[in-house]
Design a protein around this ligand. Sequence first.
Ligand SMILES: CC(C)(COP(=O)(O)OP(=O)(O)OC[C@H]1O[C@@H](n2cnc3c(N)ncnc32)[C@H](O)[C@@H]1OP(=O)(O)O)[C@@H](O)C(=O)NCCC(=O)NCCS
Length: 177
Amino acid sequence: MIHQKIDTERLRLRRWKREDHAPFAELCSDPYVMQFIGNGSTRTAEQAGRSIASFEREWDEKGYGLFAVEEKRTGDLIGFTGLSRPDFLPEILPSIEIGWRFSRPSWGKGHASEAAAAALSFGVTELGISDIVSICQIGNRASVRIMQKLGMVFDRETIDPTCGREIEVYRLPEQLE
Ligand SMILES: CC(C)(COP(=O)(O)OP(=O)(O)OC[C@H]1O[C@@H](n2cnc3c(N)ncnc32)[C@H](O)[C@@H]1OP(=O)(O)O)[C@@H](O)C(=O)NCCC(=O)NCCS
């Protein structure tokens, strides 16, 4: 079985555990974190718990998923990154999405870039997935910057059918026609 754990210089990417529920609920209750996600609304602790259950289900059923990201120095959960199937945007399927979400205190330190690069490399090298996109709402400049740093290139602008907001799709260049 492929090892679903990655250590980078400062971070550990791993499967989810019970202790992650409280810190994940806290970051999903932060309006700054959630402003570019869906309709921008924050999540309850119960909704955040259901999200963790669905992340774990995707790992079990599909063999890829969103990693919990922990800072090695403190052991704190600071966010997630990894692969998921973008069912909310049927026009992009069967591409797989790489995404990320980090707690506000962790921003600005390169953690998201470091974790996303490791998750992308895991997807391409370990899992053999190359049809990878990344999707963000217009205005989410930090996310676009991470996509560019990952070597992804602009693919299209479209609308998120679940909330009506404008989104940008970036793609790993091998998949450009
Ligand atoms: C997107 C997110 C993970 C970025 O976190 P971060 O800590 O700023 O990420 P990093 O430190 O790795 O840096 C990201 C890059 O974007 C740049 N950046 C950060 N904020 C920016 C902004 N407002 N405008 C332009 N660039 C920005 C950084 O300078 C860095 O680029 P650099 O390495 O060339 O200097 C974080 O803001 C977040 O969790 N947001 C909420 C969740 C979210 O929107 N997820 C994505 C949904 S598509």
